[in-house]
Design a binder for this molecule. Sequence first.
Ligand code: MSP
Length: 509
Amino acid sequence: MKKIYVTTPIYYPSGAPHLGSAYTSVACDVYARFKRQDGYDVKFLTGTDEHGLKLQRKAEEQGISPQEYVDKMSNEFRALTEIMHLSNTDFIRTTEPRHHKAAQALWRKLEANGYIYKSTYQGWYSVPDEAYFDEDELTEENGVKLAPSGHKVEWIEEESYFFKLSAFQEKLENLYKTNPNFVQPKNRLNEVKSFVSKGLKDISISRTTFNWGIPVPGDDKHIMYVWIDALTNYLTSDGYPNDWPNPMSHWPATHVVGKDILRFHAVYWPSMLMGADIALPKQIQAHGWWTSEGKKMSKSFNNVVNPKEICDKYGTDQIRYFLLKEVPFGNDGDFSETRLQSRINAELANDIGNLFQRTLSMINKQCDGKIPALLELSDLDKNLFDLAEKTVKNARKSIENFEFHQALESIWTLVSAGNQYMEKTQPWTLKKEQPEQMKHHLRVLMEALRTLALLVEPFMPTAGKNFRKQLGIAENNFAQLETIPNLPVAAVLPPPFGVFPRVEIAEAV
Ligand code: MSP
């Protein structure tokens, strides 16, 4: 079986999960589910990044140990799996022994290959970003130096181990040239290239002034820089370093990350892997950032979208749909409840919901709930079948490129074609005079519904399953879509039920 490995970043459990964390995870999940339905063996990893000064300070603020703090907070991220209906096959915590071992093994390998040396670090560090910055990357406000993220930086002077990032400049430039799809979308690759072309300096990869992290092997006074530790998680979960790679492993992975952490994944990580003689990731997909009701999500604006609350209010499928339909992956997006409500009513309740409901109710009432037989196919019928076939191909191509909104556009073209077919053929007008013709049209529609049910399932797992149930389809693999028509004539279907209720749109105040 062909293998796929897709990862979310591991989240800092320094606060409750918000829409941003849910977004990356949902995108990876749709990709994972789609590929599974398409016959791949998919490994899907998510988890929490639990070391570093930021988390140590958070724990201190609450008067508990860092371990107690991350144990508590990590569970909130684990709960996202249930809340967002994620199908991850592993959840990694960097405080687990398996990870401790992998991070130390990778360090030793880099050291053995001559890419780690000891010296002294002097420079600026932003704790919220857990990142080092050069003087020329900083801005100043009222005498306070700020990182590009707007967070305050601190001056650090300490003995430190360094990673010879400078040794990889040419190799990286070569990589971006020979594999221009390594970073997607293209404009993000250009950012990375321009960063690398300015010249790479060696990076500090250990700290001595706090201790919440993985010790440097052979020198316990130092703990690993949290990003070196964190990036290794993608290997840990695949079984590194024990007898790895092996026929069970899934590496190389496709990493899905927010634009803010692209540099770590597209510059540092491939260098570390090259330095350790490990195969490079397949691809890095960078997505944009969400604001909420037009503003940066922040407690002070009271506009932080809580995944559990919003899913409880509108339904998990509906939120998943909105997140992937509202903006092209890669672009920034704004979360607005008004737009969410109108998409639910127009695209889910009206467009697709009604198409299923109307067709299945007529089958239930006019055909004794049995799948009708087809008569000879007209051009109109054939066109709908052709479009169904084309839609599967289009969706496949879009998903391969992480163009989720495009995949949904294609699927909705078939939804519209189904609705047009219904309007043109008006099966309800034929029930007395031409009952066989009526049944034929309903059956043609059912074939389009079959394709739709299977294609929406990766996006909206519950709705997809419910649609399938109503059509009497047990399996969700795409292989069955290669044959149209493909439903068993005279099979008895369960009574239909609504899948997408309308939401009440609140009056604008
Ligand atoms: N722990 C590191 C990642 C290590 S991966 C080896 C980290 N964690 S994070 O919790 O700060 O961010 C995790 C992801 O959430 C990032 O990809 C980031 O881009 C994403 N988002 C955080 N806020 C977001 C929005 N408002 N919108 C979209 N994604 C956002 O960085």
